[in-house]
Ligand binder design. Structure first.
Ligand SMILES: Cc1cc2nc3c(=O)[nH]c(=O)nc-3n(C[C@H](O)[C@H](O)[C@H](O)COP(=O)(O)OP(=O)(O)OC[C@H]3O[C@@H](n4cnc5c(N)ncnc54)[C@H](O)[C@@H]3O)c2cc1C
Length: 393
């Protein structure tokens, strides 16, 4: 098994690169016309990337979190919107893998995801609640084995392209806002009436329109664990690591463009170091910081993943929050450095050094669960929890 692992890793890298090449070929058009990256999704399906994380016993490949983060980065380097769609899908799958095993319906659904390469979307954001995903206004109603849910879902990425949407709500009509569940609704079990049009600065291809969601499905499709546990033990950690993988990918591609610019300048004036080289070195330093931060988070998650107490601990939450804050802020500095290196050739669209799309896409990172909201959460945790200062992991 161990001997096969590098072979599979190589093959996975090749598959991700092939999907990324397709995504990259359409990235500027996806961005300019604000359309869903259908070609990229078709390529991910052709490479069987949507079922990567599903356990082998259920027809998937049991990919590790590091492997998923790498695919996010590789696709994100080519087209940030396509990378983010892959990441958001895998974040939903992570909740099924962590909390749906042992449950007949959810195991059957995981088999279908792997076999049919189904695409999953997420509806946590709600009108009146915003990005506070640990609160819901809407409530699921269960009667005679059927659950019904109506939600003012102000942002659902690629809702119309998805094969299923995982929706959070209060557990019952009389539940407190934080007593939540998450339910899988399959295409055909819901209607979507568009309420908000996604015409944004960046991440235009995620097509994160707003909808009035109305769903009706067998009650067994409600995930068996409270959403509080799902959020703490799988969703937040996968969100922060896989989003960071995509954001690292955006910054890495910006860096590659700036490096190509400096090399071209060096070729034009042999014997002298181009002025942008120093700034490129600074960008390299920052890129390595983001990478180290993600690698440390992956290591920490691998050490904690089998231990529910550790996963739900304050120090783990502080650490994962910090990963998100650091990646989402630092990529803006990196891309800005790259823009200064490339100058007008980076500022203009349609050059090999263009960075406008990167910069616009990267600006979504601070808002995707507002950094202020996350810092507010961390500051509360730090009133009770000591900062981790050990270098032993
Ligand atoms: C590309 C992209 C794709 C997305 N896809 C989806 C999706 O598929 N499904 C989905 O459900 N959502 C999705 N979202 C929504 C996202 O995850 C956030 O929930 C949403 O962007 C938050 O919206 P908001 O900024 O209006 O709300 P809020 O989080 O309410 O923030 C509004 C403002 O209030 C401030 N604020 C609010 N609360 C606090 C606090 N406690 N402490 C300090 N400041 C605070 C913040 O600084 C912020 O400026 C997506 C977002 C993006 C950018």
């Amino acid at each position: 098994m161990n001997e096969l692992r590098p072979v599979r890793a190589l093959a996975l890298a090749e598959r991700a690169k092939r999907a990324a090449a397709v995504a990259g070929a359409h990235a500027d058009d996806v961005d300019a016309s604000g359309r869903f990256p259908q070609e990229a999704l078709d390529a991910m399906r052709a490479e069987l990337l949507l079922g990567l994380q599903i356990p082998v016993a259920l027809g998937g490949e049991g990919a590790s979190t590091a492997e998923l983060a790498e695919v996010c980065s590789v696709i994100g380097q080519a087209c940030a919107a396509a990378g983010m769609i892959f990441a958001m899908h895998q974040i939903k799958v992570s909740s099924l893998v962590a909390h749906g095993q042992g449950d007949a319906w959810h195991e059957g659904f995981m088999r279908r995801i792997a076999a049919e390469q189904l695409l999953l979307a997420s509806a946590t954001t709600e009108g009146g609640i915003g990005g506070n995903l640990r609160n819901s206004i809407c409530a699921v109603e269960v009667a005679d084995g059927i659950c019904r849910l109506e939600k003012d879902a102000t942002v659902i990425s690629y809702a119309e392209a998805a094969d299923a949407i995982l929706v959070t709500s209060r557990a019952k009509a009389d539940s407190a806002p934080s007593d939540q569940v998450m339910t899988v609704f399959l295409k055909g079990q819901y209607s979507l009436d568009k309420t908000h049009h996604w015409d944004t600065l960046g991440m235009r291809g995620t097509r994160s329109d707003g909808f009035l969601f109305k769903g009706e499905a067998p009650a067994c499709q409600i995930l068996p664990k409270p959403f509080a546990e799902i959020a703490a033990q799988s969703m937040l950690v996968y969100s922060h690591i896989l989003w960071s993988g995509v954001w690292f990918g955006i910054a890495a591609d910006a860096f590659a463009r700036a490096q190509a610019f400096v090399k071209a300048a060096a070729r034009k004036s042999p014997g002298s170091v181009p002025p942008g080289a120093l700034r490129l070195a600074e960008a390299s330093n920052l890129l390595q910081l983001v990478k180290s931060n993600i690698l440390a988070a992956l290591q920490q998650y691998e050490a904690a993943r089998e231990d529910e107490t550790r996963l739900s601990s304050m120090s783990f939450a502080v650490s994962m929050n910090n990963v998100k804050i650091a990646s989402s802020q630092t990529i803006l500095d990196i891309i800005n450095h790259c823009l200064l290196v490339c100058g007008i050739m980076g500022y203009k669209n349609g050059t090999p050094y263009s960075l406008g799309r990167h910069l616009r896409d990267a600006h979504s990172a601070q808002l995707m669960i507002s950094n202020d909201r996350i810092l507010g959460n961390t500051s509360t945790l730090l009133l009770m929890n000591r900062q981790d200062t050990s270098l032993l992991g």
